[in-house]
Design a protein around this ligand. Structure first.
Ligand code: URP
Ligand code: ZN
Ligand code: ZN
Length: 464
């Protein structure tokens, strides 16, 4: 059905103006100061966006949905995660395909893609994690890029003995990524250093969730970013440091950027809004706040916001990784090293950034759109189909009420996780209408769309 959004304040990464938007056949077909509804087809749905913002659909460049990890499986599926995304204004998800070290990349690609194709209510693509790099993997990864349109890799410098890639393979993979024109995203923490620190702390009887941060302090993450940057410098590959949590890691990235390394930086909603004191909560409650890199000392947030403002950090994702408190996080009751890592926030991201970034004047509305949508589209080969409000772009739009107040909670969350990490926050702002390719998929925090409507977004490599 055609859609007319009238009287909204359109906010993109660069512009801020009042206009009407007309959408037909899944795309934006007109953006004009005033569009007369009486000239449009009779079945056009008209949305009055007076007093509201109209954003391009938000893109989350870092989510985990199907995730076999740390002896468990993340508890969302593509239905619950994509409903949560939509309720919060996110219309495109980029999920990490994380196979085990013995799995074939092509098998993993089909496994993840089949699940998403059946249940996703948002459009989606993947970063292909490389956890082995032999000849078979080299061939299959090339096919995954060239035939299936997955134009980004993921590597883990952390998680020793599980997802971690060794340096020889990292070098060869980045050399191949450079040839393919593919950007490589990376979890930057030194696996061996963490392993040693974990053993030391456990041997001292330091077993609670509050010891997770000390087991992987900021110097370990900064070393990881520097390590990735050095390999990018040697190979000429383009790289992207995911979920950067602290000033030391940002500084390592800036040092690399200043010497000409093509490195981009991502922040995620939990690090911007929560700090290490949450993981120190008593009675094992801190386990809800165990993620990697860990929540940090609060002053790091100032650097993250400042780096977003200056453009040193390009994107804001979530690293949505949902594990229940009961039955999953509590596997680590006797040792923090067994707590499945992750803090889900795919539904809350935009309202968190609006409340704690925009309304406190740390970043502008344009920067919020840039970091939460447009820049991810540009870096990952989705632009201008996604991340833009312009004629010809997909009609992925968010009509946003900047005044609505709400407190997140398990009762209003579509994620299946049994706790909400943000339930002591009052958030200001909420997506009133969310469209994916011209169809309304969410209204006022409720999913009203079609499960399985999401499409795989094939992408061309764009990092030569
Ligand atoms: O704690 C996290 N981040 N869990 C998900 C896996 C990862 O490292 O991204
Ligand atoms: Zn990670
Ligand atoms: Zn992650």
């Amino acid at each position: 059905m055609p859609l007319l959004i009238k009287n909204g304040r359109i906010i993109t990464a660069t512009d801020d103006y009042h206009a009407d938007i007309y959408c037909q056949d899944e795309c934006i077909t007109q953006v004009e100061a005033s569009i007369d509804a009486s000239t449009l087809p009779k079945d056009t749905e008209v949305i009055d966006a007076s007093g509201k913002y109209v954003f391009p659909g938000f893109i989350d460049p870092h989510v985990h949905i199907h995730l076999p990890f740390m002896g468990s499986n993340a508890i969302d599926d593509h239905e619950s995660a994509s409903k949560a995304a939509l309720a919060g204004g996110t219309t495109t998800l980029i999920e990490m395909i994380c196979p085990g070290p013995n799995d074939e990349p092509m098998t993993a690609f089909h496994e993840w893609n089949n699940m998403a194709a059946q249940l996703s209510a948002v459009d989606y693509t993947f970063h292909m994690a490389v956890v082995r790099f032999d000849e078979l993997a080299r061939q299959q990864l090339t096919q995954i890029v060239n035939e299936h349109g997955i134009a980004s890799f993921k590597v883990f410098l952390a998680y020793k003995g599980a997802l971690n890639l060794n340096d020889a393979d990292l070098f060869d993979l980045l050399a191949m990524a450079k040839d393919l024109g593919v950007i490589t995203t990376a979890h930057c923490e030194n696996a061996d250093a963490i392993d040693a620190m974990q053993s030391k702390l456990l041997a001292q009887g330091k077993t609670g969730p509050e010891w997770h941060e000390p087991s992987r302090p900021v110097c370990i993450e900064a070393e990881g970013v520097n390590h990735l940057a050095a390999f990018a410098e040697l190979t000429g590959a383009h790289v992207y440091a995911v979920h950067t949590s602290c000033a030391a890691a940002v500084q390592a990235a800036v040092a690399a950027q200043l010497r000409g390394v093509n490195i981009w930086v991502e922040a995620v909603a939990p690090h911007l809004t929560l700090d290490e004191t949450y993981a120190q909560k008593p009675s094992f409650d801190g386990a809800k706040y165990v993620m990697s890199p860990p929540l940090r000392e609060k002053s790091n947030q100032q650097t993250l916001w400042g780096a977003l403002n200056s453009g040193v950090i390009s994107t804001i994702g979530t690293d949505h990784a949902p594990f229940n408190f009961i039955g999953q996080k509590d596997m680590g009751k006797d040792a923090f090293t067994k707590i499945p890592n992750g803090i889900p926030s795919v539904q809350e991201r935009i309202d968190l950034i609006h409340t704690f970034g925009v309304l406190t004047s740390k970043i502008s509305l344009n920067t919020m759109v840039k970091a939460c949508s447009t820049k991810a589209a540009q870096l990952f080969g989705l632009y201008p189909r996604k991340g833009a409000i312009r004629v010809g772009a997909d009609a992925d739009l968010v009509v946003y009420d900047p005044k609505h107040k709400h407190t997140p909670g398990v009762d209003t969350s579509y994620s299946r996780v049994d706790y909400n990490a943000f339930d002591d926050f009052e958030l200001t702002g909420r997506a009133s209408i969310v469209t994916v390719r011209g169809q309304i998929q969410a209204r006022d925090g409720e999913f009203v769309g079609t499960v399985g409507r999401g499409k795989l977004l094939k992408r061309e490599p764009n990092h030569y």
